[in-house]
Design a protein around this ligand. Structure first.
Ligand SMILES: Nc1nc2c(ncn2[C@@H]2O[C@H](COP(=O)(O)OP(=O)(O)OP(=O)(O)O)[C@@H](O)[C@H]2O)c(=O)[nH]1
Ligand SMILES: [Mg+2]
Length: 186
């Protein structure tokens, strides 16, 4: 496993680049969301990310470089290493994974505790699943009211359900919002 490869990735680390970190527990849907945002079509991931996964996405507004770090327990210690370089943090949760909300919450709060202004976009993914928590419940479960007053914080429900379909309007909104945030953050 070569996490240090991040330094050599073609689109990661250029001074003019807008870097976005994508974190969240394993299985939350980070890779699936990134694939879908990149292609505008739903594409579910079939494998857990072994290390890091870098995806460049360009919109009219911004050239964006997304870096996902796998969410498995063995990879979580790497998450914070990338924080100092990011403009925006995307935190993906599986809205139906009730059992692990407390863990997802704890890890999110640990990540942002030393940066009171880092913008955060929480994606409450898998909204298509029966039993998925709605936005209000996710807001409570993750204690998003305790993320600090100075921070730009957004919570969007998403799903990556039907392979091949065009991405949902909420996913398009998320893409626009992220582009907006990175252009403001630079
Ligand atoms: N029903 C449903 N399944 C989803 C959704 N998003 C992702 N999945 C499925 O959930 C599983 C995990 O998705 P990934 O995108 O690999 O999750 P990840 O967060 O990248 O996981 P790691 O790389 O292990 O950290 C895959 O089987 C996906 O097909 C969704 O919105 N709805
Ligand atoms: Mg992944």
């Amino acid at each position: 496993r070569e996490l240090s490869a991040a330094q050599r990735l073609p689109c990661w680390g250029k001074p003019q680049s807008k870097q976005i970190l994508v974190l969240g527990l394993d299985g939350a849907g980070k890779t699936s969301v990134l694939h879908s945002l990149a292609t505008n079509h739903v594409k579910r991931s079939t494998a857990s990310t072994e290390g890091i996964n870098a995806v460049c996405i360009n919109t009219e507004e911004a050239k964006m470089e997304f870096l996902e770090i796998g969410g498995r327990e063995s990879l979580r210690s790497y998450w914070k290493m990338y924080l100092p370089r990011v403009l925006v943090l995307i935190y993906v949760v599986d809205a139906a994974d009730h059992e692990r909300f407390p863990l997802a919450k704890e890890l999110l709060h640990q990540l942002i505790q030393n940066d009171s202004t880092l913008p955060v976009v929480v994606l409450a993914n898998k909204q298509d699943l029966k039993g998925a928590y709605c936005i209000t419940d996710i807001h409570d479960a993750l204690a998003l009211s305790e993320m600090g007053d100075e921070r730009k914080l957004f919570l969007i429900g998403t799903h990556v359900a039907e392979d091949g379909a065009e991405i949902s309007s909420s996913m398009k909104d998320a893409k626009e919002l992220i582009a907006q945030l990175v252009s403001e953050a630079q």
